[in-house]
Design a protein around this ligand. Structure first.
Ligand code: NAP
Ligand code: HSE
Length: 436
């Protein structure tokens, strides 16, 4: 390594150009803080001719990410292309094998290949840093990996996708249409290249997979996560939740149970007034419960050029300072295999929206099916849907049930029986409740 820390940036989209902006704007103060000058020497992306609104003159355009990964003019390979396939995977592997440090914001890559990549980094005694991969500008990776390392962690949870939180906040506060708000999130650079990763819950699940490994000392196992997205959340549900004293958030939760670790991502009713309920817009918040520190919650912008590039830059400065740690907190050889707790065994409260046929005895029949599974109802409310004009005659009636804490398998059985009993005009909508 020369005295100057030389960066090669693969990917010049929202985050890559955000990083170039920071390096250019703060080069003098970064050199002082890092203890060495930091300079971008090479860049690459798909389209060399695209106007990116940043000055690329003086920078070498690498022929490919793989070429840049092994270039003798690069000390740190910064992967900001995205995706768990090529060229991200092979170029990161090539850089690590060539003894280059790697900084990436790519949660999909880490969720799918993080164990092997961390092992490769350890073998080559280089850093694999990924603060920006989880919750944008929030320093949650460093917090778990380094600051909370004295703790036995029992739960990690949070709002981990800025796009979804932005969409649900705008739908609730401005009564706007889902597709319209998603388009705005895309224009602001929050969404993934394929936004179904955001709204389908997979992006949050990628992040949760990484946090679970760091928090519980387990191998990353993305395939074990229960995932539901926000596609089926209706404005009616958001309003009904509001009337009942809740907000709906897409949460990622990993919690230690007697059976193993429960990992789940799904829309969740959270009590209004709780810290997590007040996190709005593109903001994320991640909380953890540690045996010594107690509850710790970090909140900040979860997406966007500035916040994400800020986290990337922090990782680069760590490398400049010589702070190279095990990427997953422990040597990969010491991580335990992931032990999954079944979702059917999950216990909690449930919000259940039912469209019942408007006939005598239907509500009583539903209550009986619930009682058969020992499900105790905290409230039952006839809900006036906005989708029917006032005064119009309807043949069905929308009801909202809120349960006390109950076992997921019992809820599923009761709902199967209610459906099979011919009581429902449409599929039930179920949203889990999380208490804080
Ligand atoms: P983006 O705006 O879509 O930019 C992706 C960049 O990668 C583009 O410059 C693109 O080139 C380049 N690229 C894509 N495929 C390539 C290939 N095959 N070869 C060379 N270059 C390629 O994405 P982004 O939002 O900056 O996200 C980058 C990474 O950061 C992703 O892993 C994402 O999940 C993560 N992240 C993003 C945010 C955020 O708020 N946006 C936050 C946290 C983490 P062209 O420009 O020439 O097409
Ligand atoms: N698409 C992601 C989000 C980017 O909306 O949270 C940050 O990881």
């Amino acid at each position: 390594m020369t005295n100057t820390l030389r960066l090669g940036i693969a990917g010049l989209g929202t985050v890559g150009t955000g990083l170039l902006d920071i390096v250019t704007k703060h080069s003098a103060s970064l050199a002082v803080r890092a203890g060495t000058p930091i300079e971008v020497t090479e860049v690459t992306a798909r389209d060399r001719d695209k106007d990116r609104g940043v000055d690329l003159s003086g920078l070498t355009w690498a022929a490919s990410p793989e070429a840049m990964a092994t270039s003798e003019n690069v000390d740190v390979f910064v992967e900001l292309m995205g995706g768990d396939g090529e060229p991200a995977k092979s170029s990161v592997e090539a850089a690590l094998r060539a003894g280059k440090h790697v900084v990436t914001a790519n949660k999909a890559l880490l969720a799918m290949h993080g164990n092997e990549l961390a092992r490769l980094a350890e073998e080559n005694e280089v850093a694999l840093n990924f603060e920006a991969a989880v919750a944008g500008g929030i320093p949650i990776v460093k917090t778990i990996r380094e600051s909370a390392t004295a703790n036995q962690i029992s739960r990690v949870y949070g709002i981990m996708n800025g796009t979804c939180n932005f969409i649900m906040t705008k739908m609730r506060n401005e009564a706007r249409d889902f597709a319209d708000v998603l388009a705005e999130a895309q224009a602001l650079g929050y969404a993934e290249a394929d936004p179904t990763f955001d709204i389908g819950g997979f992006d949050a699940a990628h992040k949760l997979a990484i946090l679970t490994s760091l928090a519980f000392g387990r191998e990353i196992d993305f395939s074990a996560i229960y995932v539901e997205g926000i596609e089926h959340i209706a404005l009616d549900d958001i309003k009904a939740a509001d009337n009942l004293g809740f907000k709906i958030k897409l949460l990622g939760v990993a919690v230690e149970t007697e059976d193993g670790i429960e990992q789940r991502v799904h829309p969740t009713l959270v009590p209004k007034g709780s810290n997590i309920a007040e996190v709005e817009g593109v903001f994320n918040a991640v909380g953890l419960e540690g045996d010594s520190v107690g509850e710790l919650i970090l909140e900040g912008a979860g997406a966007g050029a500035g916040p994400t590039a800020s986290a990337v830059m922090a990782d680069i400065i760590d490398i400049a300072r010589g702070n190279v740690v095990h990427p997953l907190g422990l040597p990969v050889s010491m991580l335990k295999p992931y032990k999954r707790a079944r979702m059917r065994a999950h216990e909690g409260g449930y919000y259940i929206a039912l469209e019942l046929f408007d006939r005598p005895g239907e509500v009583a029949a539903v209550a009986q099916h619930m009682a058969n599974q020992n499900i105790s109802l905290a409230s039952i409310m006839q809900h006036t849907s906005d989708t029917v004009e006032k005064g119009a005659k309807r043949e069905t009636a929308p009801f909202i049930l809120i349960t006390h804490d109950t076992m997921e398998s019992d809820v599923r059985t009761a709902l199967d029986e209610i459906e099979n009993g011919g009581h429902l005009a449409s599929k039930p909508r179920v949203i889990r409740i999380e208490r804080f």
